[in-house]
Design a protein around this ligand. Structure first.
Ligand code: NAP
Length: 287
């Protein structure tokens, strides 16, 4: 029998628990976790993502700052904005919403974020820690998927996990997190040959391609766990995943829906990691 992995329910539960922890932190230490989100220009999708992050941060009781800057801001000016938040002790997490305009080098911008406040986990110091098996801050989407797998008690030890997609945001960090839990990991991409032959050997299949309904049931072994990261719009503007949910659900043992699967966990992990930075700052004061 197939089980639906409900990210909406888990995210709501984690955010409720976080609200209580934030309240306790305020009462005990007078400390409020602070999250600064920087949005460059007016990309409509980015505006929606940033608004959602702002609302969720406020809802759990954080200090939430959204810094909106013009599309034509220079790289140097943007780095100055980041520098301000690096120095601001009331800010524990800094996030620069991607993508950035073409005239700005996103690698340089990410490098400018204090690695201790890099709650998106994109700074090379944090990706290095992840590859060395000493994760501090981890990219939020794969971190959220690990929470989902743990909550549904999905055994990873010795299992074959296949990931479709090798982005720095999802595929690569996902591989490392699964490896750390003793899965045998195969990372596939657009040049992989006989993709469906590879994916059909997966006990756990993570799909992060960005093409609506790409994965049919011919890609999935009976009883596999299927995690759909994709967020695409169909011709009617409806949000759909990378997996053909209606067909694959009959083959999978566990599956995430879109929406309501991986998506809600991404913001939750961003909030959780920001809280953890604030908590570490309390421990520093106590020492
Ligand atoms: P991305 O940077 O565009 O990467 C897509 C990956 O898919 C690339 O590695 C690409 O291979 C691979 N790919 C493309 N076509 C393929 C094919 N025909 N066969 C096999 N592999 C193929 O995308 P991303 O940022 O990882 O995001 C992927 C999807 O997840 C998008 O729909 C995005 O909106 C969604 N997403 C959702 C969340 C969330 O919170 N739910 C968060 C992040 C992303 P190459 O490397 O060879 O080009």
């Amino acid at each position: 029998m197939m089980t639906l992995i409900d990210g909406k329910v888990l995210a709501a539960k984690m955010q409720k628990e976080l609200t209580d922890k934030v309240q306790k932190m305020k009462e005990t230490y007078g400390l409020v976790p602070g999250l600064a989100v920087i949005l460059v220009g007016g990309n409509p999708a980015s505006q929606v993502y940033v608004r959602n992050k702002e609302r969720s941060a406020q809802k759990v009781g954080f200090k939430s700052i959204t810094k909106r800057v013009a599309n034509n801001i220079s790289e140097e000016e943007l780095i100055e904005v980041i520098e301000e938040y690096n120095q601001d002790t009331s800010i524990h997490g800094i996030l620069v919403q991607l993508p950035l305009p073409e005239h700005i080098n996103d690698k340089k911008v990410i490098m400018a974020i204090d690695p201790n406040k890099d709650v998106d986990g994109f700074h090379p110091i944090n990706t290095g820690h992840l590859w060395n098996g000493r994760p501090t801050m981890v990219p939020c989407t794969p971190a959220g998927i690990m929470e989902l797998l743990a909550t549904y008690a999905i055994d990873l030890d010795g299992k074959h996990a296949v990931i479709i997609g090798r982005s720095n945001i999802v595929g690569k960090p996902m591989a490392q997190l699964l490896l750390a839990k003793n899965a045998t990991v195969t990372l596939t991409h657009s040049r992989t040959q006989n993709l469906s032959e590879v994916t059909k050997t997966a006990d756990i299949l993570i799909v992060a391609i960005g093409q609506g309904n790409f994965v049919t049931k011919d890609y999935v072994k009976k009883g596999a766990v299927v995690i759909d990261v994709g967020m695409n719009r169909d011709s009617d503007g409806k949000l759909i995943g990378d997996v053909q949910f209606d067909a694959v659900k009959d083959v999978a043992s566990y599956i995430t829906p879109v929406p309501g699967g991986v998506g809600p966990m991404t913001i939750t992990m961003l909030l959780e990691q920001t809280y953890q930075v604030a908590q570490r700052s309390v421990r520093h004061v106590e020492c």
